[in-house]
Design a protein around this ligand. Structure first.
Ligand SMILES: Nc1ncnc2c1ncn2[C@@H]1O[C@H](COP(=O)(O)OP(=O)(O)OP(=O)(O)O)[C@@H](O)[C@H]1O
Ligand SMILES: [Mg+2]
Length: 151
């Protein structure tokens, strides 16, 4: 499924639609260049799920792992600043995979084999300054017909 958006608000709205497709446990890989809208989309998903951030806890992983309390619980990981697998291992993500949670991951494709294989992939591409093309679940090698819609 492909969406075309013309503003950050529209991208967040696509996030709400993705939220409606998710049932925990679920992992969503957000894939796209710097500034393509991954965080904007993640915020749209979190908001639509009605999850609220817990008290901030000071920890080294603080800015890499954001935890949102709700039913389901939502984690938002931004792995941009990680370079190596040992660095990734310091995050203790095993605890997260064991939970019945929704996990949103930016910059995770570089650690493909360390992350759960069952996941939804969302790709964001630039289409001019304010335009984005957002493709959901591109792994449909079965040749399913794709639909394209604007919101
Ligand atoms: N159609 C659009 N969808 C999403 N963001 C848009 C759109 N048009 C403009 N923007 C702007 O692009 C920026 C997207 O930033 P965002 O932090 O969501 O990107 P990102 O992919 O998470 O970047 P990074 O790789 O640095 O984490 C915001 O400043 C947003 O206002
Ligand atoms: Mg981001």
């Amino acid at each position: 499924m492909t969406y075309r958006t013309r503003s950050a608000a529209e991208t967040a709205e696509v996030g709400a639609r993705i939220a409606a497709m998710l049932s925990p446990p679920a992992v969503v890989m957000l894939i796209g260049d710097l500034g393509s809208g991954k965080t904007t989309l993640a915020k749209g998903i979190v908001q639509a799920l009605g999850a609220a951030p817990p008290e901030e806890v000071l920890s080294p992983t603080f800015s890499l792992v954001h935890e949102y309390e709700g039913e389901p619980k939502v984690y938002h990981l931004d792995l941009y600043r990680l370079d190596t697998v040992p660095q990734l291992e310091t995050l203790g993500l095993e605890d997260i995979w064991e939970q019945r949670a929704i996990v949103l991951i930016e910059w995770g494709e570089r650690f493909d084999s360390e992350l759960p294989g069952v996941r939804l992939e969302v790709r964001l591409d630039y289409d001019g300054d304010h335009g984005r093309v957002i493709e959901i679940g591109t792994d449909d090698a079965g040749g399913q017909q794709r639909s394209s819609q604007s919101i």
